[in-house]
Design a binder for this molecule. Structure first.
Ligand code: FNR
Length: 178
């Protein structure tokens, strides 16, 4: 497509299933330009903020603001989004830029458990309400028992999930065009 995309993955580990799912989404979206957003921010602290917004926060804020759309791969930690994502959202909410305003955003998740992260996605949706993005309502991409659905190269291999992801990414492109 002619559109640019930022991907955020709420899991920092190298072999993250959410990262693999995010890369499957990127492949489906086929962006003109892809930015792998860095979420390794310091823990939010108003005292630290008073010394200045960290450069990595400003960098991601600028990347989101410039992108046509964002895809967020959200792990489920104890039925909720990981602190990494909430911490990033809190940092991004500071400063003059409103990077999420009217931004087309799609959520996806992969979990070890069977439900595929339905609760974590719903909780993340609520966490994003203050920022007023154009958050797609679906189709919900919830990959449960996720380790079974990727091949040795990390590619998503299950047709039903590939189809769902294609539908969601088509919706994301349509939302940009709207
Ligand atoms: C988990 N996991 C998990 N899975 C799930 O389906 N529901 C849950 O509530 C939890 N809770 C949870 C808490 C913590 C602290 C960890 C580390 C893990 C399992 C989780 O889905 C699995 O480890 C995923 O593979 C994590 O995502 P990444 O790192 O593969 O992207």
């Amino acid at each position: 497509s002619q559109y640019s995309l930022v991907g955020l993955c709420g899991s920092l580990r190298a072999e993250s299933l959410n990262r693999k799912l995010m890369m499957a989404a990127v492949k489906s979206f086929d962006p003109a330009e892809f930015t792998d957003g860095n979420l390794r921010f310091p823990l939010f602290d108003e005292d630290l903020e008073a010394e200045g917004i960290p450069t990595e926060v400003t960098e991601l804020s600028d990347q989101i603001k410039a992108a046509d759309a964002v895809v967020i791969a959200c792990p489920e930690y104890n039925k909720a989004p990981p602190g990494v994502l909430k911490n990033a959202l809190d940092w991004l909410s500071r400063g003059p830029a409103k990077p999420w305003a009217d931004k087309p955003v799609a959520l996806i998740s992969a979990t070890g458990g069977r439900a595929g992260g339905e609760r974590t996605q719903f909780a993340l949706r609520l966490m994003m309400v203050p920022f007023r993005p154009r958050l797609l309502m679906g189709p919900e991409v919830l990959v449960g028992g996720a380790s079974e659905h990727f091949d040795a190269d990390g590619a998503l291999k299950t047709d039903s999930y590939i189809k769902l992801l294609d539908d969601l990414m088509a919706g994301l492109r349509a939302e940009i065009a709207r």
